[in-house]
Design a protein around this ligand. Structure first.
Ligand code: HEM
Length: 500
């Protein structure tokens, strides 16, 4: 007689042993000691997340934080055996983000991998270090200066698109902003014209669909297990979108490879890592590959995907929120308009003139305080982290900063829901801890595109306000959702434009 009958028992025994070991581990004991939401033991918030619509995750998290105000230093959120420790004090947040040994991303970033591979957002260790060093020169201000001309030409198309909306009542501007910002990132970073504003790219819907899958996988723990995820409808949603995105990126790459071979080697100056200083991102990566093959096809592919996502989705939602705030706060809009006319008059903006938009900059910063495009960031600890309230967050556990909530801490921002650009007057900034405001994160893994993002927002808003007065639909209140990127929900941002 065989012993086949014994396998299920053996398997069960192994599973029970692993569970026993986990619940008796040092790590579990340290995590259990950290103040948490009062969710049922062992299950945590599993059932809450299982039944909730993905669009409600942000409001659920806000409720959790609100109900647990007493955990104002730190709060653990459990979903089954998975635990995320949310740091809430300035010293702890600073300690995490400024520590060069804590650069590894948290467990949920693995769900980005089928799409973004080992691009800059996801990678770790030497790959991340090498790529960050390689790519940094492509965001030098000299290169950004050159991008302004491209932004201006995309803005001319944006104006044409918006002109058609004048006199036609209220509409949602968010999809039009998304097309515009996709046009900008592909022509600046990838030197490719996809004409998204005139062709209404499906690429954007695919990105939205992928980010939705990722947030669902992050909170519904059974989808951590690939075979279970593969049986879910989200697998199909992911595969369809990744297929489309891959074809889109492959086309960009194919065209650029042909062009890059024709760039004469002596046209550009080499910098200390062999990159061509005057080249934008993709041209630089391809030249680097042709000249000394320091980077593989797959690595280039992952970076193109990463920058196409990070470079357009975040800016697009930031711009949607700025337009919303200007439409709601007419007095602020008029002040920005006055500044735009004073700084620019009828001339096109230059890099220097953008730097003179002091009030508009404050409006953008205050908008990113209330609506940070990246509402959560996470790290998986490479070493124990003692925190200010006396607890120890153990090595290999996941910690997070909920930037959306952090930016509403009344100790740093009194009356936090109030939209008040003057919080960013130099004298007020000087009174705050530098980590009180972190829309672009901080430390070595901060946003590589932050100057690009600020420049694009300044150029876009100043351009639009010169031509249009923006009004909000009566009774409309924008509701943000969080699908990795914070964005307005399906209702978007409903405004009306009138010619100035
Ligand atoms: C308003 C616009 C933007 C906001 C609020 C924003 C915010 C952030 C934040 C918070 C991070 C840290 C993410 C994490 O720790 O997981 C980040 C990283 C990153 N951002 Fe941005 N970002 C914006 C625009 C851009 C743009 C325009 C680009 C590229 C052109 C870009 C490229 C990246 C990349 C590649 C990373 C990963 C950097 C690394 O880990 O070395 N971002 N961004």
């Amino acid at each position: 007689m065989g012993v086949g009958w014994a396998w299920p028992y053996l398997l069960l025994g192994i599973v029970l042993l692993l569970i026993y070991k986990f619940y008796n581990s040092r790590s579990f004991k340290l995590l259990s000691a950290i103040p948490s939401t009062n969710a049922p033991r062992f299950i945590g918030h599993t059932l809450d997340f299982l039944t909730m619509h993905p669009s409600n995750i942000l409001s659920f998290m806000l409720q959790l934080f609100d109900k647990n105000k007493t955990n104002k230093n730190v709060m653990a959120i459990w979903t089954g055996p998975f635990c995320f420790v949310y740091l809430r004090t300035l010293p702890d947040i600073e300690k995490l983000l400024s520590d060069n040994q804590q650069l590894r991303k948290s467990i949920n970033y693995i769900y980005l991998e089928p799409w973004l591979g080992q691009g800059l957002i996801n990678s770790d260790g030497t790959i991340w270090q090498r790529h960050r060093k390689m790519i940094t020169p492509s965001f030098h201000f000299k290169i950004l200066e050159g991008f302004l001309e491209i932004m201006n030409s995309k803005l001319d198309i944006f104006s044409e698109v918006l002109e058609k909306k004048v006199g036609n009542g209220y509409f949602d501007i968010e999809p039009l902003i998304a097309n515009y910002s996709l046009d900008v990132i592909t022509e600046t970073a990838m030197s490719t014209n996809v004409d998204a504003q005139r062709t209404n790219s499906e690429f954007i819907d695919c990105i939205k669909s992928l980010t939705e899958v990722i947030i669902i996988r992050s909170v519904r723990i059974m989808y951590f297990f690939q075979p279970i995820f593969n049986l879910s409808p989200y697998k199909n949603q992911e595969s369809k979108s990744i297929n489309y995105v891959n074809k889109y990126i492959a086309k960009i790459l194919e065209n650029k490879r042909t062009e890059a071979k024709n760039i004469k080697k002596d046209e550009n100056v080499e910098n200390d890592i062999g990159a061509k200083e005057k080249l934008a991102l993709l041209d630089m990566l391809l030249q680097l590959q042709f000249s000394n093959a320091k980077i593989t096809d797959k690595e280039i592919y992952d970076e193109v995907n990463t920058f196409m996502f990070a470079g357009h989705d975040t800016v697009s939602s930031a711009l949607s929120f700025v337009i919303y705030n200007l439409a709601v706060h007419q007095d602020v809009q008029e002040k920005v308009y006055a500044e735009v006319m004073e700084v620019l008059g009828d001339s096109k903006p230059t890099y220097q003139s953008l730097m003179n938009f002091k009030y508009l900059e404050r409006v953008i910063k205050e908008t990113m305080r209330l609506y940070p495009s990246v509402p959560y960031i996470g790290r998986r600890l490479k070493k124990d982290m003692p925190i200010t309230d006396g607890h120890i967050v153990p090595k290999d556990s996941d910690v997070a900063v909920f930037i959306y909530d952090h930016h509403r801490n009344p100790e740093n921002f009194p009356d936090p829901e109030k939209f008040d650009p003057d919080r960013f007057l130099p004298e007020n900034i000087a009174k705050r801890h530098p980590y009180a405001y972190i829309p672009f994160s901080a430390g070595s893994r901060n946003c590589i595109g932050q100057k690009f993002a600020m420049m694009e927002q300044l150029a876009t808003v100043s351009h639009l306000l010169r031509q249009f007065r923006i009004s909000i639909e009566p009774g409309f209140v924008m509701k943000p959702i969080s699908h990795i990127v914070l964005r307005p929900n399906v209702e978007g941002v409903r405004i009306k434009l009138t010619k100035r």
